[in-house]
Design a protein around this ligand. Structure first.
Ligand SMILES: C[S@@+](CC[C@H](N)C(=O)[O-])C[C@H]1O[C@@H](n2cnc3c(N)ncnc32)[C@H](O)[C@@H]1O
Ligand SMILES: [Zn+2]
Length: 277
């Protein structure tokens, strides 16, 4: 796994000695007690990283299996990737673990900016490592090394995905469709899907060839705790105070019927970009 990584400061390879990895230029990064390697040290602050409360809510929601069918679709889409699977803004590593569980030839790398997420991702799967990295900066990875890149409900930097993806690699993108968790969004006054964002992202992907797209949609019954966790793990948590969200959740019916509605799309590097140089 270390051979896949590059120093975020100078792009040289790393060597490891005890609990530290370092490059020949002397840039050194400590492996955290929980097992992740934070390569954002010295960079900007946490910025858009999920907070500990958001990560705890997401971990609880995912552990309950509410998005298991999305994880199955992601795992099916990467079942033939032989080599490194990189989950960019991978959070707790939930989808990466599902992908590795269905593919013994794959190893995984979960990148995220959030330390609480990295702490969990470090133990998400025996064949996965967790590395702190900012999706908007140069990723600390060897060019062309990833057999698959996952981008699931997270920030996506097409330039860097294209750079790290192998020529025959697959880029899996999960994004919410218009009606995704609509009932919850409406009842709790959450931030919904921005249709402009979807259009902007489609333009970003124009450089890739779409290989397949699957719509994953199914009904979900959420009790109060699950509904609150779904609200607390999303972008709305940063804009509402927790007590206000809990107050609104208390007015929900005992069981709220919502619909999961996401797109799971697979892209390849476009033939035009496969230069022999
Ligand atoms: C909506 S969550 C999705 C997490 C995971 N893909 C999942 O679906 O469970 C967005 C994730 O992006 C991470 N994130 C936000 N800004 C980031 C950035 N600039 N670089 C890397 N990760 C970032 C957050 O910490 C969070 O874990
Ligand atoms: Zn260096």
């Amino acid at each position: 796994m270390l051979a896949d990584l590059r120093c975020p400061v100078c792009a040289d390879p790393f060597t490891r000695s005890a609990g530290t990895v370092s490059c020949p230029q002397g840039h050194a990064f400590d492996v955290a007690r929980q097992g992740y390697l934070n390569l954002t040290a010295g960079a900007r602050g946490p910025g858009t990283a999920d907070t500990a409360a958001m990560v705890a809510a997401r971990a609880a929601f995912l552990a309950a299996g509410h998005f298991a069918l999305i994880a199955d679709a992601v795992a099916d889409a990467t079942a033939h990737a032989a080599g490194l699977v990189v989950d960019v803004a991978g959070g707790t590593g939930y989808y990466l673990a599902a992908a590795l569980g269905k593919n013994e030839r794959a190893t995984g790398l979960c990148l995220d900016l959030s330390v609480p997420a990295l702490r969990r991702a470090a133990s998400a799967h025996a064949r996965a490592a967790a590395v702190g990295a900012d999706a908007w900066q140069r990723l600390p990875l060897v060019t062309g090394r990833a057999a698959a890149v996952l981008s699931i409900f997270g920030p996506r930097n097409a330039d860097e995905v294209e750079r790290i993806l192998a020529l025959d690699g697959v880029f899996i993108v999960v994004s919410p469709r218009d009606g995704h968790l609509r009932e919850l969004v409406d009842r709790l006054g959450l931030i919904g899907v921005d249709p402009d964002k979807a259009r902007r992202q489609a333009a970003t992907f124009a450089r890739f060839d779409q290989l397949a797209e699957q719509r994953v949609t199914y009904p979900l019954a959420l009790d109060h705790a699950a509904a609150l966790a779904a609200a607390e793990m999303g972008p709305s948590a940063a804009h509402h105070d927790a007590a206000e969200l809990a107050r609104r959740a208390a007015h929900l019916p005992d069981v709220l019927e919502v619909r999961v509605d996401v797109s799971v799309a697979a892209y390849g590097r476009s033939v035009g970009s496969r230069s022999p140089l």
